[in-house]
Design a binder for this molecule. Structure first.
Ligand code: FES
Length: 179
């Protein structure tokens, strides 16, 4: 396995070629907050909580660490002012699914209209059902503010016997939607 060396927050970190920045950071014990990431699932890149600042060939930019692959010489900063500003905004936008990060990012409430059980569209329930359970009984239905997970019409209602996606749902939407 070919290893590449990157810098994370000023420290050299070795990671296998093809790994993401998030995987390299986790293996090195560097915490990056995530919402839609789950090691059992394919990266999805929906929530943007995992944004970090990278420097490559003298240029700096923000990338989703759960999607961006490591490469030799890459420099990564996980907690810059820009990163913190973005995460703070995401905590507000995806409230209440992000409430667990509120203290860390100094957010006490959301300026946006949110409900107790608003879906954050992280897709964890849908992806878990498809990728791990191989059931595919959930999908994301609708557009814009109407977009929500829904049961595929005509699918066997065996969710009650499974319910494994409930524990993945940070917003409580999956549980609340069952009434
Ligand atoms: S964890 Fe990277 S975008 Fe959600």
């Amino acid at each position: 396995m070919e290893l590449v060396t990157i810098q994370i927050d000023g420290k050299p970190v070795q990671a296998p070629q093809g790994a993401t920045i998030l995987q390299a950071a986790k293996a090195a014990g560097v915490g990056i907050p995530t919402l839609c990431d789950d090691a059992r699932l394919e990266p999805y890149g929906a929530c943007r909580m995992c944004m970090v600042e990278i420097q490559k060939r003298g240029r700096t930019r923000l990338v989703a660490s759960c999607l961006y692959p490591v490469e030799e010489g890459l420099t990564v900063q996980t907690e810059t002012d820009k990163v913190t500003r973005i995460r703070r905004m995401i905590v507000e936008l995806l409230w209440p699914a992000t409430q667990r990060f509120a203290k860390q990012y100094g957010v006490t409430h959301s300026r946006f209209t949110t409900g107790l059980a608003d879906c954050s569209l992280c897709g964890l329930c849908v992806r878990y059902c498809a990728e791990v359970k191989k059931k595919n009984v959930l999908y994301l239905k609708g557009r814009g503010i109407d977009r929500k997970p829904a049961l595929v019409e005509g699918s066997p209602l065996d969710c009650a016997n499974c319910g494994e996606c409930f524990s993945l749902c940070g917003s409580g939407w999956v549980v609340a939607s069952r009434g």
